[in-house]
Design a protein around this ligand. Structure first.
Ligand SMILES: Nc1ncnc2c1ncn2[C@@H]1O[C@H](COP(=O)(O)OP(=O)(O)OP(=O)(O)O)[C@@H](O)[C@H]1O
Ligand SMILES: Nc1nc2c(c(=O)[nH]1)N[C@H]1C(S)=C(S)[C@@H](COP(=O)(O)O)O[C@H]1N2
Length: 175
């Protein structure tokens, strides 16, 4: 991943917020992004409550203005799993290909991956991506989409133009 991107982590977990379980998943995210030259600007552990998840997302997008917010937990079918709904409330545009790739790439190994209702979207110049709750799922999903995140963040921030592989092929064929 490119150097210099800023990241915030939002762990959505009732047990985590009550201090009943160490936030291993948040640490997996931290290790992954810092290992790729990104800087973690904040990390909140919130219960599975829409208003608290939304407030954390809005804070990191609008006040801290990080490039990327990664959430973990609350994407399943449980009655208290509301992270996708909170995310959908705050984003302006969806990026469906990111969760599509996460589910498709990891379901071959972990069939229950399709039970994650995770979404990804854009608020302002921040990309928000939901990851599942368990640490193994977090690692698998990050590996599934990590290669395209620098390009996504580059386009979103205006640092790189949005030219895809078709354009590259065209340029090469002219040489
Ligand atoms: N932040 C986390 N750190 C470590 N493991 C987690 C974390 N969140 C979830 N897990 C693991 O993933 C499993 C599935 O996550 P899920 O969100 O359903 O957990 P839960 O225990 O039912 O609810 P909650 O974490 O909201 O209290 C959990 O049983 C736990 O083993
Ligand atoms: N890649 C991957 N995705 C995964 C998993 C996993 O182990 N690996 N766990 C699944 C399970 S068991 C559930 S219930 C859903 C939702 O988890 P969450 O509610 O903790 O976000 O994510 C799914 N996505």
């Amino acid at each position: 991943m490119s150097e210099g991107w800023t990241v915030a982590i939002v762990t959505c977990s009732d047990k985590g917020a009550k201090g009943e379980r160490p936030d291993t998943s948040g640490e997996v995210i931290r290790d992954y992004v810092t290992g790729r030259g990104m800087a973690v600007r904040g990390h909140r552990v919130v219960p599975d409550e829409r208003d608290q998840i939304e407030a954390a997302l809005v804070y990191y997008c609008d006040v801290e203005r990080v490039d990327l917010v990664l959430t973990t937990g609350g994407t399943g079918l449980g009655p208290r799993d509301v992270t996708p709904e909170a995310t959908l409330t705050v984003v302006e545009r969806l990026v469906p290909g990111i969760p599509e790739r996460m589910r498709a790439a990891t379901a071959a190994v972990t069939p229950t991956a399709i039970l994650s209702r995770s979404v990804a979207g854009i608020r302002g110049q921040t990309l928000i991506v939901n990851l599942p709750g368990n640490p193994k799922g977090v690692q698998e999903c990050l590996e599934a989409v990590g290669d395209v995140l620098p390009h996504a963040l580059g386009v979103l921030s205006g640092r790189v133009r949005d030219h895809g592989p078709v354009h590259h092929r065209h340029e090469e064929s002219k040489r």
